[in-house]
Write a protein that binds this ligand. Structure first.
Ligand code: PMP
Ligand code: GLN
Length: 375
């Protein structure tokens, strides 16, 4: 008997597999196709023959924890205790799973804002809790009226994702004011802030939960080195939470993975001394502008993109097919793989929009656009 009856294989897996089968250009699953920084691969290569191959401490490699504390202070002026408030996780995904399993009880409610990334729902269901899906506004800003009316004494967590996958929307200061009011009214409510694209914002600087001191004691944030250092396959990220919550999260983490692979932790720890995370926004802004410019020649209509490495486009004036059918035809007939947006909605709402990942080299983006012009 299935414990997750309506959960199926993730759309990212489905579309990447289709891309491979049809030899299509894969702009679906979000990962870069260019090489990692040579300085990072050199560190990794050197470490391969050093003594870094045994278990790291459960919470993480201590120098890495210290450097994350330094980075958090530098980026957001928040001082976190590296010994008690940071946990290295096997990607953001494990951090999300461990947090939900640790903090959410049977019959608790967890608010998810739709469209939403796919890995929030399963751990909520496995906690015998209730995902409460609340729609974002049509422009993908949070709908505070709906969020406020969906929140009650049983609401344990609200999941926020900023910058947002799939829409590229970012939160404003006014949104954080509303969030502060909400947690003031509900003393049992905690915030889970998925900030894996924190360093990939364009015209606006990223506003983090870490920028709001009032929220520190009430929130858990997750980051991903996969996104920040172009190493999605390393599956390494971290969670920051106040000690009273972190103690519980660690109890789950220690039996989920115990600790995260040691060589990556040592390599990233060294790399943090030389990398400039603040250049990432400009790097991807150039890619975004390059790609958007190419797509001007197509019939696709581009939605705004404020952060992340995803561009959403409407195909409403090309076809009336639903987004799954359209995306599958895009792979088989035009040789470009994208992600339909409907799987990000609980009810599979079809908005005639698809998502492209532009974390690709210019030649790939150019070739994809040449195919999309034929639509
Ligand atoms: N949250 C969001 C919004 C994501 O887009 C992703 C993956 N791209 C994750 C979490 C998971 O990150 P990781 O690969 O580090 O597990
Ligand atoms: N986060 C990636 C995306 O949005 C997918 C990661 C995965 O396949 N689990 O494309």
């Amino acid at each position: 008997m299935s414990k997750l009856t309506h959960i199926c294989t993730s759309i990212f897996t489905v579309m990447s597999q289709m891309a491979t089968e049809h030899n299509a250009i894969n702009l679906s699953q979000g990962f870069p196709n260019f090489p990692v920084d040579k300085r990072l691969s050199d560190i990794f290569a050197r470490l391969a023959s050093e003594n870094v191959h045994q278990y790291s401490p459960m919470s993480g490699y201590p120098p890495l924890l210290e450097k994350i504390a330094g980075l958090t202070q530098q980026s957001y002026r928040r001082i976190v205790n590296h010994k008690s408030e940071i946990l290295i996780t096997a990607g953001a995904t494990e951090g999300i799973f461990a947090t939900i399993q640790a903090l959410v009880n049977t019959n608790d409610e967890v608010i998810i804002l739709d469209p939403s990334y796919d890995c929030y729902e399963a751990p909520i269901l496995l906690s015998n809790a209730k995902p409460i899906r609340v729609a974002l506004n049509d422009d993908f800003t949070p709908n505070w009226e709906n969020i406020n009316s969906a929140t009650n004494e049983n609401t344990k967590l609200i999941m926020i994702n900023n910058p947002h996958n799939p829409t590229g929307k970012t939160w404003t200061s006014a949104d954080f004011d509303q969030l502060e009011k909400l947690v003031d009214s509900f003393p049992n409510l905690f915030i889970f802030s998925d900030e894996v694209y924190e360093y990939i914002t364009f015209e606006q600087t990223h506003i983090s939960i870490h920028n709001r001191q009032k929220l520190w004691n009430r929130s858990i944030t997750v980051s991903s080195f996969g996104k920040s250092f172009h190493i999605t396959g390393w599956k390494i990220g971290y969670v920051i939470a106040p000690e009273h919550l972190m103690k519980e999260i660690k109890k789950v983490h220690q039996f989920l993975v115990f600790s995260v692979n040691s060589i990556s932790q040592v390599a990233i720890s060294e790399y943090l001394d030389i990398v400039d995370v603040y250049s990432l926004g400009n790097f991807y802004q150039e890619k975004r502008d390059f790609f958007r410019n190419l797509l001007k020649e197509t019939k696709l209509q581009l939605l705004p993109c404020e952060g992340t490495y995803f561009q959403v486009a409407s195909y409403a004036n090309i076809s009336s097919e639903d987004d799954m059918t359209f995306t599958k035809r895009l792979v088989t007939e035009f040789g470009v793989a994208a992600i339909p947006i409907s799987p990000f909605y609980a009810g599979g709402k079809d908005t005639k929009c698809i998502r492209f990942c532009f974390a690709k080299d210019d030649a790939t983006l150019t070739q994809a656009a040449e195919r999309l012009i034929k639509l």
